[in-house]
Each structure stands twice: as structure tokens, then as C-alpha cells.
Design a protein around this ligand. Structure first.
Ligand SMILES: Nc1ncnc2c1ncn2[C@@H]1O[C@H](COP(=O)(O)OP(=O)(O)O)[C@@H](O)[C@H]1O
Ligand SMILES: [Mg+2]
Length: 297
């Protein structure tokens, strides 16, 4: 019997995460695999002296977290992570994702804010002018590490931009062209094993951000070929087994906003009727069993 681990964060107790883990566990059990849910604060898992695992994580880990340290330690022991540690790290940082995908898929024009290591720095009005001269107004400001719409802002004026720049200066941030045609809506495509598995449009009447957590609603859609191709290309380029790709409706076609290595699938399952958890589980078991065959296990 195949055995594995679902890894979750010790400090995150949102129902969406608990539900994600339990849906996957349910589908693993149906597929005849045994998995346990483990948190990333289990120090007993590590033997500090040798840096080796003393805990048996099984044949694979479905890593529903972004803790890059434990991810790397686990991979170093030879266990296969879903997603792989490098892919999770790339997706966690929106600017790194942008660099990794530039020249690969179309994205809105994006500038990284120069990293600032001191809280005493004052951002001058000329800095805002520089950003506006390239990206115009309004302009999107994003914390490079953020999710569920929380770290995404729209600056409508130079003053708003400058004040955001000053508030956020201690954090990695990017500036991005506002895709006006897409305000309040985007397309979320779930890609599993490099293939589009489910797609929904998300719409919000209240906000330019269409995230479900901020009141956006999901609607099943049949994505145009161009959208499918873009999402699959991004997922493959980043080496993701599973992800949710957020696409904006640009006037000349889709533009990639970000890639979520740990995308919650509840809304996508509800809206599309597709069994995302089962497909993800099938992908994991396929990869592991073909690996075992190759290695003669
Ligand atoms: N450049 C943009 N132009 C217009 N809307 C955007 C842009 N970038 C993001 N959005 C909107 O904001 C939402 C959140 O942005 P996203 O980059 O996906 O960050 P998060 O990780 O917080 O979901 C997107 O789903 C989309 O609705
Ligand atoms: Mg998003």
C-alpha cells in the first residue's frame, strides 16, 4: 500500500486549509493509499545532528504549505514533494514568478520596487513619478508575498502611490500595469500534471480584486484555447504538479497575474462540479508509482 503525508502549517487554522487537507485525504483513502496529516512544527521529525529525518513521511508529501526550509530538508532526504520545493518557492514570491515567466507567457508590465533594508528611508515623490512614467495611473501595487487579495492595492493618484510606497517600503513589493478591462474579474484555471483540469471566472462587484475571500463569486467557464495554453505553459515552465493560475482579461488576450502552488480548490469544485482532489491524488500516485517502477522498487 502506498503511504504518504499531507503537510500543513502549524499556525494556519483557516477552515479552507483544514478542508483542503481532509478532501485530499478522503480521495487518497478511496484510491487505496494511506496518508497522515502532519504539521510543520514537528521538530521530532528532524534529527538535528545528521539533518536526516527520523520520522517516516512515507513515499510522498503533499506539501500544502510554503515553509521553504522544511520543504528543502524533506527533498534532501529523497522524498518527492507535491509540489516540488523550488516550484513552491518561485510561486510564493510574485516577483520571482514574474522573472521566471518573463519571455515565456504574456504578463502585465511589472517593476520590482528596489529592496529597502531600513525603516528610516523616506520615499521621495520623484520615486512615484518614475513608476507612473512607466506604468501610468491607476497602478497596481502588490506585496511580493501575499495571497487571497490581501497584499494587492490600486493607487489611483500619485499621492496614493507615494503613501503606499512609504507604508510598504520594508517589504518586497512590485508595481504593475493596471489591466482595466479585467477590473473585478479574472479567470482561475486549475492545472494538474500540466493539463487544464477546471476553470472558473471570478467576479466581484465590490472590488477590482476578484478573490473569493474578498467577496468574489466563481462561475464555471469553458476557457478559450489561448487561456488554456497560457496556463498550461506557465505550470509546465515552473515544474508544478498542481496549481491555480490567475489570468487577467487583457484587451489583446490573456495576461498572467500570478500562479498559486497551493490553490484552494473548494470553490472550483463547487462551481465546476469537477473532482479536483481526486485528479490531484491520481497525479501524485501516478508519479510515485512510475518512479517506483523506474527504480525497480
Ligand atoms: N495588473 C492587474 N490589473 C487588474 N487587476 C489585477 C491585476 N493584478 C491583480 N488583479 C486583481 O487582483 C486579484 C489579486 O491579485 P493576485 O496577483 O492574484 O494576488 P493574490 O495572491 O492576492 O490573489 C486578481 O485576482 C485580480 O482580480
Ligand atoms: Mg490570486
Amino acid at each position: 500500500m502506498m503511504k504518504g503525508t499531507i503537510l500543513v502549517n502549524a499556525y494556519a487554522d483557516m477552515p479552507s486549509l483544514t478542508e483542503q487537507a481532509s478532501r485530499l485525504k478522503e480521495e487518497f483513502t478511496k484510491a487505496g493509499a494511506k496518508v497522515s496529516v502532519v504539521k510543520n512544527d514537528d521538530y521530532s521529525a528532524l534529527c538535528a545532528k545528521r539533518g536526516l529525518l527520523t520520522k517516516d513521511y512515507g513515499d510522498f508529501v503533499v506539501y500544502l504549505d510554503k515553509d521553504k526550509y522544511l520543504a528543502r530538508i524533506l527533498e534532501k532526504t529523497g522524498i518527492r514533494l507535491f509540489n516540488r520545493a523550488a516550484a513552491i518557492e518561485t510561486c510564493d514570491d510574485k516577483m520571482i514568478t514574474h522573472v521566471a515567466l518573463s519571455g515565456v507567457v504574456p504578463m502585465p508590465e511589472t517593476l520590482p520596487a528596489p529592496l529597502c533594508y531600513t525603516n528610516n528611508a523616506v520615499i521621495k515623490p520623484e520615486e512615484a513619478d518614475k513608476v507612473i512614467s512607466v506604468l501610468g495611473l491607476p497602478v497596481v501595487v502588490k506585496e511580493s508575498f501575499g495571497s487571497r487579495g490581501k497584499g494587492v492595492y490600486l493607487a489611483r493618484t500619485k499621492e496614493e502611490l507615494l503613501s503606499l510606497m512609504n507604508v510598504l517600503k520594508g517589504k518586497p513589493v512590485l508595481y504593475q500595469k493596471f489591466v482595466e478591462e479585467s477590473a473585478g474579474r479574472d479567470m482561475r484555471i486549475i492545472v494538474i500534471g500540466g493539463k487544464c483540469f477546471a476553470a472558473m471566472e471570478r467576479r466581484s462587484d465590490a472590488d477590482f480584486r476578484s478573490n473569493i475571500d474578498l467577496g468574489g463569486k466563481g462561475y464555471a467557464v469553458t476557457p478559450p484555447d489561448e487561456y488554456v495554453a497560457l496556463a498550461e505553459k506557465a505550470a509546465t515552465a515552473l515544474g508544478l504538479d498542481y496549481c491555480g493560475v490567475d489570468l487577467l482579461y487583457g484587451k489583446d488576450g490573456p495576461l498572467l497575474a500570478e500562479v498559486n502552488s497551493n490553490a484552494f480548490f473548494r470553490e472550483a469544485e463547487r462551481v465546476t462540479g469537477r473532482n479536483v482532489a481526486r485528479a490531484y491524488v491520481a497525479r501524485v500516485l501516478d508519479v510515485i508509482s512510475s518512479k517506483n517502477v523506474r527504480e525497480g522498487l
